[in-house]
Write a protein that binds this ligand. Structure first.
Ligand code: PLP
Length: 359
């Protein structure tokens, strides 16, 4: 490994995971969610590798424009856009689809002139209470949009599930039911399911599914890992040992000395820290692979380094390969040890990390 910290991106794993989505939702089209720089994996590279997806979903106009600039010609839908009139001519020019979720957007659409109409998804708030119109408003909003010559017909419909990863609540059943009742009478495509909906709620599949986290090989359910659903991890975050120290019983390691050696023991120092996006909140005991052997974090994560208990790996030496997550070490386990979710870890990788794409 030439660089200090490297994120290996396995594009074959990515296309395998896309096939898994096809198998799970065989009658649905796939809008691959690649917002936030492809969940931290690299927006353009991920889009190019997912050329079997039917469409891409991004969060904002800028992400869509980066894709168009890179020559990605597929359908692109922008989840939270627009809020100002000046965005619309750009959206129209680049053939982007938008999600209409509030009155302000309807007003702007009324007032603007566009040379080419825009494809839209009308968002319904079926219970998440974030974006979207209330179900009771949909009749009026739909009528108003039908009259507009600024948008393409038919109008498509979507909603977002708030708790599809939780089987102990009826919230998801309820959301699906509300969405169906609200939209059944309209033509146009319907879309409900994120990854948890795709895996856990076949009733949510509908015309289009919107997988995100599962494409990257990660379980949307916190008590499972991607492997439980035959998903392969796409990112492996790697570094190496840059020092091994023999410490004495009672020696404290790192900032604030949160780790005191319970016996004489070897401690390894790996060249990765929160400056690379490794979570500072990772606790003592967080799993780390050294030479393929599972070891544990010992002491605080610093900006450029972490320290590792090598008692079960005493022959590990300088330059030994270290895996922080990915191949052989599910990111879900690291996320749990850092009191967060894999999504956040992936989005947090910094520019200092070198990305290597393998096909
Ligand atoms: C991000 C996103 C998804 C994908 O969610 P995952 O949990 O990553 O599968 C689906 N729909 C919308 C509207 C999103 O913003």
């Amino acid at each position: 490994m030439g660089s200090r910290v490297q994120a290996d991106i396995n594009l074959q794993a990515l296309t395998h995971n896309l096939k898994r989505v096809c198998n799970l939702a065989p009658n649905s089209k796939i809008m691959a969610m690649i917002k936030a720089d492809g969940y931290g994996h690299g927006l353009v590279q991920i889009a190019r590798a997912l050329n079997n997806a039917d469409a891409f979903g991004v969060a904002c106009l800028n992400e869509a424009l980066i894709l168009r600039k890179a020559g990605v010609s597929r359908h692109i839908a922008i989840m939270s856009c627009f809020s100002e009139a000046k965005e619309l001519p750009v959206i129209s020019k680049h053939d982007l689809e938008i999600v209409i979720h509030n009155e302000n957007q309807l007003d702007i659409l009324d007032d603007i002139e566009l040379s080419k109409p825009i494809g839209i998804w009308l968002k319904i708030d079926s219970g998440m209470h974030r974006l979207g119109f209330d179900p009771e408003q949909i009749g009026n909003v739909y009528e108003r949009l039908l009259k507009s010559n600024k948008i393409n017909k038919p109008i498509n419909f979507m909603t977002h599930l708030a708790a599809a990863d939780d089987f102990s609540t009826v919230a998801t059943e309820k959301q699906i039911e509300i969405f169906r009742q609200t939209t059944d009478k309209f033509d146009g495509c319907k879309s409900i399911a994120n990854s948890a909906g795709i895996i856990g709620w076949p009733k949510a599949h509908s015309d289009w599914v919107r997988p995100g986290i599962m494409l990257y090989g990660i379980s949307p359910f916190s008590d499972k890992t991607g492997a439980d659903f035959n998903l392969y991890p796409v990112m492996s975050l790697r570094s190496k040992l840059i020092a091994v120290k023999q410490l004495k019983k009672g020696d404290r390691v790192g900032y604030e000395g949160t780790w005191a050696c319970p016996e004489d023991m070897p401690v390894g120092v790996a060249a990765i820290g929160y400056g690379d996006g490794y979570p500072r909140h990772a606790k003592n005991g967080t799993p780390v692979l050294v030479n393929g052997i599972k070891c544990q974090l010992a002491g605080r994560v610093s900006m450029d380094m972490i320290t590792i208990d090598l008692r079960n790996n005493p022959t590990a030496k300088c330059n030994a390969p270290v895996v922080l997550w990915g191949d052989g070490l599910p990111i879900e386990h690291v996320a749990k040890s850092a009191d967060t979710i894999a999504y956040e870890l992936l989005c947090g990788i910094t520019q200092r990390v070198k990305f290597i794409y393998s096909i």
